[in-house]
Design a protein around this ligand. Sequence first.
Ligand SMILES: Nc1ncnc2c1ncn2[C@@H]1O[C@H](COP(=O)(O)OP(=O)(O)OP(=O)(O)O)[C@@H](O)[C@H]1O
Ligand SMILES: [Mg+2]
Length: 483
Amino acid sequence: MFARFKKPADPASRPTVTAPAAPGPAAPGPAAPPAATVRPRPGTPGPASPAQAVAADKDKKRKERLAEIKLELHGRLLDNLNLAALEHATEAELRAEIAAIAAEALEEMGVVLNKEERAGLNQELYDEVMGLGPIEPLLKDDTVNDILINGPRQVFVERAGKLQLTDITFKDERHLLRIIDKIVSAVGRRVDESNPYVDARLADGSRFNAMVPPVAVDGSLVSIRKFKKDKLKIDDLIRFGAFSEEMAAYLQAAVATRLNIIVSGGTGSGKTTTLNALSSFIDNSERILTIEDTAELQLQQTHVGRMESRPPNVEGKGAVTQRDCLRNALRMRPDRIIVGETRGEEVIDMLQAMNTGHDGSMTTIHANSARDAVSRLENMIAMAGIEMPLRAVRAQIASAVNLIVQASRLQDGSRRMVSITEITGMEGEVISMQEIFRYERLGLEPSGKILGRFNATGVRSHYSERFRQWGYDLPHTIYEPIL
Ligand SMILES: Nc1ncnc2c1ncn2[C@@H]1O[C@H](COP(=O)(O)OP(=O)(O)OP(=O)(O)O)[C@@H](O)[C@H]1O
Ligand SMILES: [Mg+2]
């Protein structure tokens, strides 16, 4: 019936049916289990009456049994499918094949499922064989930004800036490890006890990190930052309240007149998104080189060269660091250099590039305020082993960086640009800064939503003359605060 993708028969290795506590005969009838209709989520309040308790218990058992059946079927599929032949099959053929093998196995096991359950099971089996198993639906769900797995029993997602526990689980740690292995081996990497963590980019562009036991104590830890095909644009960000129109006009002038910009922020605060959106203000005639650990940026200009650093291979060789890319980039005649995130020794080359003719360069940094971002830069320089007096380090930073944009994820989940700060030079030992725009919190709605507004601080930009000379004559009213 499904000869094309089925392995040649091997009578000796027919798998034995063990898992399902199936009712005896294969025929539907009184012995057939009732359809599972209610799927309680973990954490939902317990049933109120004994009848409900019985129904919930039945439902739980039914669910467990379905999971067992799935496991058994999956084993059979792996035994029966000719994986080499699968490569050339169309999706429809594969689905038909899986459905056919499943139907045959179910019949053999004497299990009767309703139509809905069968469709669900077939989809899950397809995801197991071809995709990433239980998390496949989350990868397809556009409302999910992050997927965070803490061992096989806990899968969290982030939607609209908030973390939520899902009812998705893996069968056990081995199941989770199998999926992790599938992901990393597809990109030619390995993860095991001697190599317990890995960073990778999924086929769809999503950023993937995993750490496996024994370093991960309670089961493998996985984090996935979903890749968004349609990156948020400046207009979207204004619409979502990430910053105001005045701030956008100011940022446009800053990018177009080639100020060096650092986007600072905490984890998942929207740094990369902001960097990507800011890059849209770069003129189409410029040559831009981007350097990232995981290629996430999507620039719209014509003349873009993208680089991605590479970790060492299993023998510990072949690493290409961001710093290597950056040094090479300087020989590639860039007009601007964009480094996805500065986190280490590449800081030296980044600052030098900003200081020596590649103005208009941009990067992000993990820090909680503009001041903090500067301290982080100082620390990175010190950690890179550069012996320079602090004042010289600061002078280098002050002349390289013009603007620090602070992104933040607020407690209600909203992501906002909470401050735009200019670096204006040095006063003695200290880098002088002035804040131009900020987000002012005004209160809290009963729903927990933060009330606030973007406001100017009343300080006129240090660069307003430069903006004017370059043809970006911003009205002085944008610097006036609403009182
Ligand atoms: N203003 C915004 N409104 C809604 N969603 C946003 C906003 N900014 C960013 N996001 C979404 O939030 C997620 C995290 O954003 P992003 O990758 O830019 O953060 P990040 O600060 O670079 O994170 P990391 O520290 O992990 O690199 C993405 O899925 C992105 O689409
Ligand atoms: Mg990022």
